[in-house]
Design a binder for this molecule. Structure first.
Ligand code: C5P
Length: 222
């Protein structure tokens, strides 16, 4: 068996991270969470109090930026310039800042280079928004993982409830729809299905069912 490049794209809340992590584990592949990389750059922007609209300062930041992803038993650890930012990248502040930082051409160019290096020798699962379309258009296996906005909103709602955070279900679904629109309509690397992607609609599927389907497909092409 040879190690393939597996691209997994799709909207927020489709279960991409859970599925990508487990798929990479089962295949013995490297897992690259590209969203975490953009979030790590956003941490640096926040720490240095840079303006995400100031392309010149982002360009300077990217000229010697270092982002590392390290797989551990406890999950993926994320480092920015050698500092562990695993916790910080999930804060609401960074979640809000990341799309602004990810819109910068200099940031996207730097992350593209890094992502291509990480995938260069194959045996890798890359998860994001533009992997099958921009980063690895030649990936041997491409998935577009989706689910209805209602279902993704419901999943998010349940997740928050379990954490003891009270939100309104209808507002949560509306927020998912809003984020879909923003992701699809932006100019820099909009969320788009690759023509040759295998579309997996997980609306009525369990995580295990999705995983089996995807793993079988990858193994058939190895
Ligand atoms: O996937 P995640 O929610 O962690 O991604 C955080 C943000 O990073 C997204 O909202 C998007 O703005 C950006 N992103 C991107 N391109 C990718 C992955 C993430 O622009 N390939």
């Amino acid at each position: 068996a040879r190690g393939l490049v597996v691209a997994i794209d799709g909207p927020a809340g489709a279960g991409k991270s859970t599925i990508s992590t487990r798929l990479a584990e089962n295949l013995g592949y490297l897992y690259v969470d590209t969203g975490a990389m953009y979030r790590a750059v956003a941490c640096l922007v926040a720490q240095r109090r840079l303006n995400p609209d100031d392309e010149e300062s982002l360009k300077k930041l990217c000229s010697d930026v270092r982002i590392d992803l390290v797989a551990t038993a406890a999950g993926l650890k994320v480092y920015a310039m050698g500092e562990d930012v695993t916790q910080q990248i999930r804060t609401p502040e960074i979640s809000k800042l990341t799309p602004l930082v990810a819109a910068s051409p200099a940031v996207r160019a730097a992350m593209l280079l890094l992502q291509r290096q990480l995938g260069a020798s194959g045996g890798v699962v890359l998860e994001g928004r533009d992997i099958g379309t921009v980063v690895f258009p030649e990936a041997q296996v491409k998935f577009f993982l989706s689910a209805s906005a209602e279902e993704r909103g419901r999943r998010r709602y349940t997740e928050l409830q379990q954490k003891g955070i009270n939100v309104d279900l209808h507002e949560t679904i509306a927020a998912v729809r809003e984020r879909d629109q923003a992701d699809m309509n932006r100019t820099q690397a909009p969320l788009k299905q690759a023509a040759d992607a295998v579309v997996v609609d997980s609306t009525r599927m369990t995580i295990d069912e999705v995983l089996v389907l995807m793993e079988d497909l990858v193994r058939a092409r190895e």
